[in-house]
Ligand binder design. Structure first.
Ligand code: DX5
Ligand code: ZN
Length: 216
């Protein structure tokens, strides 16, 4: 996988025109499509589930990046993979048996990511970093689009980079929350490989152009 990837989050898309929004992403320079699944229990919001995944599967030509903000994600990962997920990321905070859940995702044919909330230290990943394909660092508290970027994320990117290098891991680093045209370049320079962008893409006048600019 190449680095400096942009993953627009569908959470901020116009759901009345979902197919059109996905077609726009297909035409754009977006690399991945980021799908935020929320259950109203792990996070204080409910987003969407399999009916939306079905539309994504039928129309998306990009790599499908599923971010599960749900309790007991192990119950649903196989179904998300059946519905077209190329990568499934689960929160460290939701997995009692994280190693087993990562195994389950990979054995079901997808890449596996682990997500850290802003207050969860990177050192918690020491014994799983060699197994995962991606580390997703939350740069806002998960649950909503359009929140302000937490600056401490830069420190966590550096720590994740060090952890990856010292374990000869090939994991990518993804950053999610409050990414915009002001901080994207600095995030890539700091070591992020993939940037999720919701509000900054979909509330802009020209989302395709914004996706292009986020890569510069
Ligand atoms: C937040 C979600 C994010 C969100 C990002 O819980 O995980 O993916 O959609 O939205 P922005 O880019 O608007 O902060
Ligand atoms: Zn997300």
């Amino acid at each position: 996988m190449k680095t400096k990837l942009i993953a627009p989050s569908l959470l901020s898309a116009d759901f009345g025109n979902l197919e059109k929004e996905i077609e726009m992403l297909n035409r754009s320079q977006a690399d991945w499509i980021h799908i935020d699944v929320m259950d109203g229990r792990f996070v204080p919001n409910i987003s969407f589930g399999f009916p939306v995944m079905k539309i994504v599967k039928n129309h998306a030509k990009k790599f499908v990046d599923v971010h599960l903000m749900i309790v007991e994600p192990e119950k649903y990962v196989e179904k998300f993979i059946d519905f077209g997920a190329d990568l499934v990321s689960v929160h460290y905070e939701t997995c009692t048996h994280l190693h087993r859940t990562i195994d389950l995702i990979q054995n079901s044919g997808a890449k596996a990511g682990v997500v850290l909330n802003p207050a969860t230290p990177v050192l918690m990943l020491e014994d799983i970093i060699s197994e995962v394909d991606l580390v997703l660092l939350m740069s806002v508290n998960p649950g909503f689009g359009g929140q302000q970027f937490i600056e401490n994320t830069y420190k966590k990117i550096a720590e994740t980079r060090d952890l990856i290098l010292s374990n000869n891991s090939t994991a990518l680093i993804e950053v999610d929350g409050g990414v915009n045209l002001e901080n994207a370049a600095k995030l890539f320079e700091s070591g992020a490989d993939v940037l999720v962008a919701g509000n900054s893409v979909f509330s802009s006048e020209n989302p395709e152009r914004t996706i292009e600019l986020l890569k510069i």
